[in-house]
Write a protein that binds this ligand. Sequence first.
Ligand code: 13P
Ligand code: SF4
Length: 300
Amino acid sequence: MINDEDLTALKKQRNAVILAHYYAAPEVQDVADYVGDSFYLSKIAAGIKCSTIVFAGVKFMGECAKILNPQKDVLMPDDRADCFMAHMIDNEFIKECRNKFEDLAVVCYINSTTETKVCSDVCVTSSNAVNIVQKLPNKNILFIPDKNLGRHVAMQVPEKNFIFNDGFCPIHEHMRIQEILALKKAHPNAAVLAHPECNEEIINTADYIGSTSGILNYAAQNHNTEFIIATEIGIMHKLKLANAKKNYYFPDTVPKCLNMKLNTLDSVVKVLKNGSNSVHVAEELIEPARRTLVRMLELA
Ligand code: 13P
Ligand code: SF4
């Protein structure tokens, strides 16, 4: 276990800042300089002054930080941490759609590979997808890779024509409605707060649908004292920190992203010490991928 002074000294030596997603382990969130959802972290990454960014998240997050800061060193505490959904789109399908549909915008969830971003027109996250899609001039929207977020956006923007892809986050897709209904039965006054990556049945029973930061804000500001939370368990740490007196119920099967949990305090300290797991993005991909991220930052 490292103490605060030693960690501060290590960060100073490496001129580093630590970013962590809400799904990272509590011990990692506690040592991070910035903790947030995907959109917040990409905005922060775009303005970092330090020469090193330690990103306690998954691969696409580290790559986004690198794309926005090609001159900086971005270190992943564990370079095996990847997002399953990011690999659920065949870029050939994007090309086919471009040939088939006129007036098409390819809207890519930030949970995607750099190669997919290069084939896209704009990136979105779960907290800004509706807003950005509404602002696009195009009638046809190819939404990739997440079918669940895509369906949620399509419901809010009925004036556009959506083409979907069959990708999903296994952690949210495999959450069972029966578990949510059992929780509702046990806690009839609890509001159901769901991430838009959840499957359709869960979304249809939710009182609020939003990103991780949206869920945190809703739980903090709502007068209700009981919430059923349909997203990854890592968010519990900030929910409890914000208000330990409120009750938060998760499905019994505990939705856990094992990739996010590869980020341990030991692995953060290790990369700070030895500078390993530096993210590499091929030079020719940086500018075209950056274009989609900058467009998101401008439109959001
Ligand atoms: P947000 O942080 O944008 O809510 O997304 C959740 C997620 O799946 C990150 O991988
Ligand atoms: Fe990817 Fe799902 Fe893990 Fe988020 S929770 S990183 S979408 S696998």
